[in-house]
Design a protein around this ligand. Structure first.
Ligand SMILES: [Zn+2]
Length: 266
């Protein structure tokens, strides 16, 4: 199978949240270019303790940036090694498999657990949409942190609590309007100057960009733009209905908002 991807020339990619990811030209994270890639061929670059495998390229998203890791299989010939966990260790994407046997130089095939990944892509895109809906609806609201899991996501915000409670259903409706409009979601790696121009065009402050000469920007067209290294769907219609599950007080004017995505509008 021939896979086309854009090689990264930079030694480092900015990682959402301030961490830095040392690419070093070794691991090509193909999901940065195409989140819909379910399979790829790759070569084993190193194996630690028999079960921790680094490849020359991967479709497996590691745990990080508020997004859980992908699972699936690494296949060598007719042999299958289950991928249990994927993380970044010493700047490398490392795949933990269920047993030993893989060796340096092996030609293998990566296969994603697509149901899990696609659910995470929908949840992650919902996070971007809801984030912008919150910021647009409440003037002095600040988002403190965010995280997604398979069944729900959460946003921690600082805002006037009474105003937040009063506007939650309107915020949910604004997010679902963006879903219904089936807007394009564009993820691309831009030169820093282009990324700054894009942020300015959305009225955002370019000083929020992570460091690095190239930045991956994710744009929900005419709604939101952010620097992000996660996986997203191509159109907002794929997200499904966004539902705010609950709000919990976490401190003085700090609230946690839980949300999920539903498969249909019923
Ligand atoms: Zn994202």
């Amino acid at each position: 199978m021939l896979i086309s991807f854009m090689p990264l020339n930079e030694n480092q990619m900015p990682w959402m949240g301030g961490e830095r990811w040392d690419m070093d030209g070794v691991v090509e994270p193909l999901y940065l270019y195409d989140s819909y890639l379910r399979e790829c061929e790759a070569e084993v670059q190193s194996v630690e303790d028999g079960r921790y495998v680094v490849l020359d390229r991967t479709i497996f998203h590691p745990e990080g940036g508020g997004q859980p890791w992908d699972t699936g299989e690494i296949i060598r010939g007719g042999e299958e090694f289950k991928v249990l966990y994927v993380g970044i260790f010493s700047g490398r994407i490392s795949h933990e498999v269920d047993r030993g046997g893989l060796e340096v130089g092996d030609s293998i095939r990566c296969h994603l657990d697509w149901d899990r990944r696609y659910k995470l892509m929908r949840m992650h895109t919902a996070l971007h949409i809801l984030w912008a809906a919150l910021v647009k609806s409440i003037e002095r609201l600040k988002i403190l942190s965010s995280q997604i899991a398979l069944e729900h996501g959460r946003l921690d915000v600082r805002a006037d609590r009474a105003e937040l409670i009063g506007k939650l259903s309107e915020i949910e409706e604004a997010a679902n309007r963006i879903v219904r409009e089936d807007r394009r979601v564009i993820a691309r790696i831009l030169e820093r100057e282009e990324a700054e121009r894009l942020l300015l065009s959305y009225g955002e402050n370019p000083s929020q960009l992570p460091s690095g000469e190239r930045v991956r920007m994710v744009e929900v067209v005419d709604w939101d733009v952010a620097a992000c290294l996660g996986t997203h769907v191509r159109r907002t219609g794929e997200v499904g209905r966004i539902k705010i599950l609950k709000r919990a007080s976490k401190g003085r004017n700090i609230d946690r908002i839980y949300f999920t995505t539903l498969d249909n509008y019923t």
